[in-house]
Every structure is written in structure tokens, then in C-alpha cells.
Design a protein around this ligand. Structure first.
Ligand SMILES: [Zn+2]
Length: 105
């Protein structure tokens, strides 16, 4: 057994578990879209309609790919809102940023 040459990134199976757990938590709490503050249609399959649930990230993945798999940065959003946001920072995020919740690198 030799040491792996590639650095092991958090992700893969753990990420799938984390994002699924996050979805179920948001659904149970009827969490609203963090971008527009409106209810999300949790009955619709994910990413299938404008009002369906979409996993967004507090920090755009393009800017902070290292945080992509960090559950602390997960945010519930509408598929449409996430698409409209692109990788811009929201002007007025609905969910207030908590320093305890967001772990800064
Ligand atoms: Zn929205």
C-alpha cells in the first residue's frame, strides 16, 4: 500500500449524504428560498420547475470551490432564483449570515 498521491477531497458519498440530509431538514421546516424569501415547492422533484428546490451555496462554488461540500454553506433556493443568481453574491440575502454558522476558512 502506497500513500495516495492525490489529496483526498471531501465530497462524493459524504456530500450526497449531506445534501440529502439538508434537503430533508429544509423540507421538514418548510424553509423558504434564501434568495427571495418565498416558499419552495418541496413536492416537486428537485430542479424541475421554477419553484422547485435547488441546493444553493452561500459562497458561489465558482468563487469558493473548496467550500462546495461544506454543509455550513448550503442554502435552500428556488431553481429559478439560483439560475438567476448565477455566481453573483446576492444583494440582500434573506438568511442572515451567522458567524457561528458559517465557518470561515
Ligand atoms: Zn426564490
Amino acid at each position: 500500500m502506497t500513500a495516495p498521491s492525490r489529496k483526498v477531497r471531501k465530497g462524493g458519498r459524504q456530500f450526497e449524504k449531506d445534501r440529502k440530509a439538508f434537503f430533508l431538514k429544509c423540507k421538514a421546516e418548510r424553509a423558504v428560498c434564501w434568495l427571495c424569501g418565498m416558499p419552495i415547492d418541496y413536492e416537486a422533484p428537485q430542479n424541475t420547475s421554477d419553484d422547485s428546490y435547488n441546493l444553493d451555496h452561500f459562497y458561489p462554488v465558482t468563487k469558493r470551490p473548496d467550500l462546495q461540500h461544506d454543509p455550513a454553506g448550503f442554502r435552500p433556493s428556488h431553481t429559478q432564483c439560483n439560475n438567476l443568481r448565477g455566481n453573483k453574491d446576492p444583494a440582500t440575502p434573506i438568511g442572515a449570515l451567522s458567524r457561528q454558522w458559517i465557518r470561515t476558512a
